[in-house]
Write a protein that binds this ligand. Structure first.
Ligand SMILES: NC(=O)c1ccc[n+]([C@@H]2O[C@H](COP(=O)([O-])OP(=O)(O)OC[C@H]3O[C@@H](n4cnc5c(N)ncnc54)[C@H](OP(=O)(O)O)[C@@H]3O)[C@@H](O)[C@H]2O)c1
Length: 340
């Protein structure tokens, strides 16, 4: 079978840069690769597999010559360019929140619902980067008992906001070390260095921020469980890379810590690091640059009946974004579902 012609829209961004690495590392089959970004980046050259590829402007007409497009840019680009690419017969794997809850758009974590790829009508979506690891943990554990209720507190890195937020954190840290003042924050409403912001996304009528609502709605869709209850508090932390989550999960039947540990150990894409007596648990600095979801601190919950408490860490730019998107495209190719 011929290889697909591929485009990455937003190739200069935090996710786009990792998508290039992931395509090369997984030896993704490519007939050609085009890279696009905003007008600011046109002409920049990005390394890929020993070549230098020039960044092009993001123009709707480009997709007549592309078979698969990864879109990792802005909501407006995902909406407009995503629709234009689909109309030209290009299969879109979108990273934004624009398409995820559209009934015609499969929301895919291949370890959970790879089969949903076959249903696509031109656009497929990855989940939010805080939702993917939670959904994978729940899918692993539902082999033992059905999760009924989830309380999540996240600790989300600044790269989850994008490349500019990492620069902002580093500038604030450097200014503090030098005893000076950092420029006023632009990416967040408050300084992020040496701080915590319990605020990710836009405020909803019910008092939750949108990132918290995404975890509820997207987990229900991916797991095909409309009755799942999720209450999340999402917190931005001054960490460069990796989102961490403390989870308290109530099940509809008893489940022991050993059973939970075994189910997680047996699940593709999850690595258990659970030796609390030796200070062994997942940490962002160890999980950065890796594809798995790392889980530790697995214990029977003292507050919830039939409950398990645990701690999960995931690289938000890899499994939280680029790796999941590339895995979806691999599923599309395996099914021949990109052929015009
Ligand atoms: N960061 C994460 O952990 C994560 C996880 C899951 C999903 N996502 C989603 O992935 C997408 C990208 O996020 P990111 O963190 O990579 O953001 P980012 O670092 O800010 O990168 C944004 C990218 O979009 C490009 N862009 C901006 N305006 C554009 C325009 N008008 N036309 C064409 N390209 C434009 C930028 O190009 P320039 O460099 O030229 O400005 C850059 O390549 C977002 O939809 C986000 O919600 C992010």
């Amino acid at each position: 079978m011929a290889h697909p012609r591929v485009a990455i829209v937003g190739a200069t961004g935090a996710v786009g840069a990792i998508a290039l690495d992931v395509l090369a590392q997984r030896n993704f089959p490519l007939a050609s690769l085009r890279l696009t970004a905003s007008p600011r980046s046109v002409g920049k050259r990005l390394p890929f597999n020993g070549e230098q590829i020039a960044v092009e402007a993001t123009q709707p007409g480009l997709f007549a010559d592309c078979d698969i497009a990864f879109i990792s840019a802005t909501d407006a680009i995902s909406r407009d360019i995503g629709a234009a690419a689909r109309a030209q017969g290009c299969v879109v794997v979108d990273d934004s929140g624009v398409w995820r809850m559209d009934a015609e758009v499969p929301l895919v974590v291949p370890e959970i619902n790879a089969g949903a790829v076959a249903e696509h009508k031109g656009i497929l979506s990855i989940p939010n980067c805080a939702t993917t690891p939670v959904a994978m943990v729940l899918d692993a554990l539902r082999q033992v008992a059905r999760p009924r209720r989830v309380i999540a507190a996240t600790y989300q890195s600044v790269t989850g906001t994008g490349a500019a937020a990492l620069t902002e954190l580093e500038e604030q840290v450097q200014a503090s070390a030098a005893g000076g003042d950092a420029p006023p924050p632009e990416q967040y409403p408050h300084p992020i260095a040496f701080n915590l912001l319990p605020h990710i996304g836009s405020l909803q009528d019910n008092g939750y921020y949108s990132e918290e609502t995404k975890m509820l709605n997207e987990a229900r869709k991916i797991l095909d469980d409309p009755d799942l209850a999720v209450s999340a508090t999402c917190v931005r932390v001054p960490v460069r890379l990796c989102h961490s989550t403390a989870l308290n999960i109530e099940f509809d039947a008893p489940i022991g810590a050993q059973q939970a540990r075994a189910a997680l150990r047996g699940y593709a894409g999850v690595t258990v690091v659970d030796e609390p007596a030796n200070a062994g648990y997942p940490m962002p600095i160890d999980c950065a640059g890796r594809d798995d979801v790392f889980v530790g601190r697995i214990r029977e919950d003292t507050a919830l009946p039939n409950g398990i408490a645990l701690w999960a860490v995931c690289d938000n730019l890899r499994k939280g974004a680029a790796t999941n998107a590339v895995q979806i495209a691999e599923e599309v190719i395996a099914r021949g579902a990109w052929l015009r």
